[in-house]
Design a protein around this ligand. Structure first.
Ligand SMILES: Nc1ncnc2c1ncn2[C@@H]1O[C@H](COP(=O)(O)OP(=O)(O)O)[C@@H](O)[C@H]1O
Ligand SMILES: [Mg+2]
Length: 312
């Protein structure tokens, strides 16, 4: 059974006399062990979606099922099965140490310190926090604080972990560490993870699947690799020498990148009309350039995302 099922869920915020349709009839499922990324521009409705799943706000319409149970009918069940980290580093206690924070949250959920000790130490080790485990959290870097917040959520071993923008404000190294640890946790502990991000690299590297959301609507839901494949047929890189040619004006060609490669010029582009490829080769020839190579390239998730969000 899916650990999470979101069915025709909408959320309208009403304030003063205004109404904002933040989430517009979305449906999706998440299985155990899966890491799913909710990706979208600012204001797309990611945080609202996560808050509804965590039972922090109520959907205006639609239903959410956690491990088969509707959260409207059994809130206790939901709260036990879902751990959420929103505004990562804000919800832990800055005067307490990482060990104390983890114990505190475990106790608050009814677990004795003795019963969680081993898992606590395991998490501190996995997240590379052993060395700072007895220092007040306020003395730690933002990245470390965010990792402590994730540990505090994981200690309950809830089967569904929700992370809102876990990589926000983290440096590349900490982000990589977080990515590896989350993958490890999904794989070995069988937890499902739903995380939001507007960072394509984070989603591409850690998620099995990505749901792209725009203006409250789901516009794509697929494996990351499938989405990339879907567009890869049309992405090319051409390398030539001599002649400084501008392809921007060519119909059917959308230039993505243009750069020097040793003494040659490389241009990466999306081909929107097959005939344009011949046109492009002709332009190079006519301007006295010499074609060195032409190859298909893999777009990254960022390019796929831009196509989806800009186009539809
Ligand atoms: N508490 C609120 N009251 C009114 N509007 C809100 C509230 N929270 C979010 N919104 C609006 O709902 C939309 C979605 O917001 P949000 O879920 O925070 O998007 P994201 O997390 O993708 O950036 C935005 O237009 C935002 O301004
Ligand atoms: Mg948000």
């Amino acid at each position: 059974m899916d650990i999470l099922k979101v069915k025709n869920v909408s959320k309208i915020y009403s304030y003063r006399s205004k109404k904002v349709l933040a989430v517009d009839n979305i449906s999706f499922e998440v299985k155990r062990g899966e890491i799913v990324g909710l990706l979208g521009p600012n204001g797309a409705g990611k945080t609202t979606t996560v808050k509804m799943i965590a039972s922090l706000i109520e959907p205006t319409s639609g239903d959410i099922f956690i491990d088969g149970k509707n959260i409207r009918s059994d809130k206790k069940h939901t709260l036990r099965k879902v751990a959420a980290v929103l505004e990562s580093n804000r919800n832990i206690y800055w005067v307490l140490t990482p060990r104390q924070n983890i114990d505190f949250f475990a106790n608050a959920w009814g677990f004795s310190t003795g019963s969680i000790r081993n898992y606590r130490e395991e998490l501190l080790e996995k997240f590379n926090l052993l060395e700072v485990a007895d220092k007040p959290v306020m003395k730690l870097s933002r990245g470390m604080q965010q990792k402590v917040a994730v540990c505090c959520a994981l200690i309950r071993k809830a089967p569904l972990l929700l992370l809102d923008e876990p990589a926000l404000g983290l440096d590349v190294m900490t982000t990589n560490e977080l990515k590896n640890t989350l993958r490890d946790i999904a794989k070995n502990d069988g937890n499902a993870i739903l995380l939001t991000s507007h960072n394509m690299k984070v989603v591409q590297d850690i998620c099995d699947r990505v749901i792209i959301i725009k203006k409250g609507k789901i516009i794509a839901d697929d494996k990351v690799s499938n989405l990339i494949d879907m567009f890869s047929a049309n992405f090319f890189k051409v390398v030539f020498k001599n002649g400084n040619i501008n392809f921007d004006f060519l119909n059917g060609i959308k230039v993505l990148k243009s750069y020097d490669q040793e003494e040659n010029r490389a241009v990466e582009f999306e081909l929107q009309d097959e005939d344009a490829l011949y046109e492009l080769l002709e332009v190079i020839r006519r301007s006295g350039g010499k074609l060195i190579s032409i190859e298909k390239i893999q777009p990254d998730l960022e390019e796929v995302f831009i196509r989806f969000v800009a186009g539809g």
